[in-house]
Design a protein around this ligand. Structure first.
Ligand SMILES: Cc1cc2nc3c(=O)[nH]c(=O)nc-3n(C[C@H](O)[C@H](O)[C@H](O)COP(=O)(O)O)c2cc1C
Length: 306
């Protein structure tokens, strides 16, 4: 059973990839995910300057998953190089995706130019964080035309493969993905968190997150994410990193059948610890054996066949 995936020319030994924002701040924690079975890893989103993010509380659990308003805290692209180098020392051949964003298009281009010189295999453009609207306005990926302009501008300065990370909070995600493809995106990552949502402390009678609202991930996001991947697969030819509430093997297989080639894994880590990468890959292998598939690529997008 072959579960390895060639994605934008990069060899992933299995389809599981650490999603951005989970354990992605240090080279050692990224390498630890590889040692625990992840096929590849994505770093935490980096801006040009260091960002403190929102004050606590920033992450809450609820029965449907997580709600977070971390606010894209990070050490800034220039400081980030040390951690990428450390990761490369610890995991020289493992696929590494660098995630970036900008306060505006000019900054996004500048950060992209710098990330292109780093030892990453691919660059993910986080166009879709729902927790920083107050500061930066509506996420780029919520507007097909802004998405088109962002990809066009970044494509001009970046040689490495780029993946556009999209938002589920749109009317027609297929159009957004198509615009990204038309302007030279090599892949789509779908999706970022949904919402924003809110949880209220009934004793305090006020929202619990300091930011009041936050992005929803995990189980509650999963059916929306499956539909988004399905719609994107119909709209574009470029491959998809399917992300959103993949908690177990069944969720992962659904995403592959919807059209995902790689699988972004985030919330499952909080529920199952780092064993989730191996657990999900083993379940995919088991399913392939039961259903008579020999190569994982045979399964991609099969839910589209009538
Ligand atoms: C605490 C937290 C921090 C996150 N930080 C980032 C980030 O820095 N960049 C990004 O693109 N996505 C970020 N995300 C979104 C995840 O990468 C992922 O798209 C989302 O959580 C859905 O996947 P999941 O349901 O498996 O967690 C974050 C999510 C959480 C819960």
């Amino acid at each position: 059973m072959n579960v390895s995936v060639k994605f934008c020319g990069i060899d992933f030994p299995n389809p599981t990839v650490l999603a951005s924002g989970y354990l992605g701040v240090t080279g050692a924690s990224l390498a630890n995910c590889i040692n625990n079975g992840a096929g590849g890893v994505t770093g935490k989103t980096l801006f040009m300057e260091p960002r403190p993010g929102h004050p606590n509380p920033t992450v809450l659990t609820f029965p449907g998953g997580l709600i977070n308003a971390v606010g894209l805290c990070g050490e800034g692209i220039k400081n980030g190089i040390h951690e990428f180098k450390k990761f490369r020392e610890m995991a020289p051949d493992a696929p590494l995706i660098g995630s970036i964003a900008g306060k505006n298009l000019k900054e996004l281009i500048e950060v992209a130019e710098i990330m292109d010189t780093y030892p990453v295999d691919m660059i993910e453009l986080n166009l879709s964080c729902p927790n920083v609207d107050d500061e930066m306005g509506r996420p780029i990926a919520c507007d097909p035309l802004m998405t088109r302009d962002a990809i066009k501008a970044v494509r001009k300065v970046v040689k490495k493969p780029i993946s556009a990370k999209l938002s589920p909070n749109v009317q027609n995600i297929g159009i957004v993905a198509k615009n990204a493809e038309n302007e030279g995106a090599d892949a789509i990552t779908a999706v970022n968190t949904m919402g924003p949502g809110m949880l209220i402390d009934i004793k305090m009678r006020r929202p619990i997150l300091s930011n009041k609202v936050g992005g929803v991930s995990g189980m509650a996001l999963h059916p929306i994410a499956v539909r988004c991947v399905y719609d994107i697969y119909k709209a574009v030819q470029i491959p998809i990193i399917a992300t959103g509430g993949i908690m177990n093997g069944k969720d992962a297989i659904e995403m592959i059948l919807a059209g995902g080639s790689l699988l972004g894994i985030g919330c499952a880590i909080t529920a199952n610890d780092l064993n989730c990468f191996t657990m999900i890959t083993d379940k995919i292998r088991e399913y392939m054996k039961e259903e008579g598939f020999t190569d994982i690529s045979e399964m991609v997008g099969l839910a589209h066949e009538i």
